[in-house]
Design a protein around this ligand. Sequence first.
Ligand code: NAI
Length: 288
Amino acid sequence: MNMYTAMEPGSGWPGLTSLDSGRSVDAVFISGGGSGIGRAVARLFAQRGWFVGLGDICPAGMAETRDLLPAGSCSVHILDVRDPAQWAQALAEFSLAAGGRIALVFNNAGIAFGGPLMELSEAEIDMLIAVNFRGAVNGARAAYPHLRAAGPGSCLLNSASAASIYGAGGISIYSATKFAVRALTEALDAEWLADGIRVCSIMPGFTDTPMLDGPANAASTRQKRDAIAGSGRVLLPVEDVAQAAWDAVHGTRMHTIVGKAVKKMDLAARFAPGYMRKKARGLLAARG
Ligand code: NAI
C-alpha cells in the first residue's frame, strides 16, 4: 500500500524552468529519492523551481530529503520499484499533486551487491536483478502514459552506470543489470520517439553515496569503499551527478557519461577494446 503525503495537494506547482519552451509547469518523479543521487537530483531540481515527487522504499530517507527541499516543493510516496502496482499508484498520486502533468520520471532506485560471482547468494542475485532491472522496466511502463500525456519534451531518465560501458569484474551482476538499463534506454528512445518522449541515461562513475557503505555482500567482510580505493578510483561528488542529470534532461545526448575517468573508459571501450580488456583485468587484480 502506498502512503502519500502531498505538500500542496492538487494545487499544481508554478515551475520556473521548462523542458520544452512554452510550458510553465514542470514536475519530476524520482525513484530512490530518499538517498544519494536521487536526493541530490531532488535538491537541484527543486532549487530550480521544479515540483518533485519522491518515491522510495525508505520513508525516513524521503523525510530527510523532503526537509532539505524548499517548503511545499515535493510530495512523498512509498514505493517498492519491484511492484508495478505501487509504481502505478505512486505516479497517479504524484500527478494529482503536481497539477496533472509529469514532465520527467527519473528511474533511479538501485542497489549494489558486489564481490566475485560465486560469493553472491541466489537471493542477492535475484534482488539485484529485481530492483535494478525489473524495477526500471516497471518504472518505464508506469511512466509511459503520464509522459505521453505530458506531450513533446517529456522525458524518462534512467540511472545506468560506468558499469554499463564494459563488463565490470567484481560487480558482475550489478554491471549486467546496468547494461540492461542501458539497452532499455536505447530501445525506448526509438520506441517512444513518435510519442514525443525523450529517453536518456546518466552513466556516473563511482559516486560518494551511502550505496558504497558496508560490505560487498553478506558473505564478505571486504568493504566496498576499500575495494574501490584499492583500484585507485576517485569518487565523484554527488552534486556533479545531479548536475549531469540536469544536463541530460536539458540536452540531446542519449547517454550522459559522468566523470573524466569514465569518459576515457568509454572511448577505450569503443576504439581500443584490447586495451580496455587489459585495463579491466588489471583493475580487478588491484582490487583483490
Ligand atoms: P543510494 O543507496 O544512496 O540510494 C538508493 C535509494 O534507492 C535508497 O534511498 C534506497 O532506499 C532506494 N531503494 C532501494 N531499493 C528500493 C526499492 N526496491 N524500491 C524503491 N526504492 C529503493 O544509492 P545511489 O548511489 O544514490 O544510487 C542511485 C542509482 O545510481 C542506482 O541505480 C545506482 O545503481 C546508480 N549509480 C550509483 C553509483 C554510485 O557509485 N553510487 C554509480 C553509478 C550509478
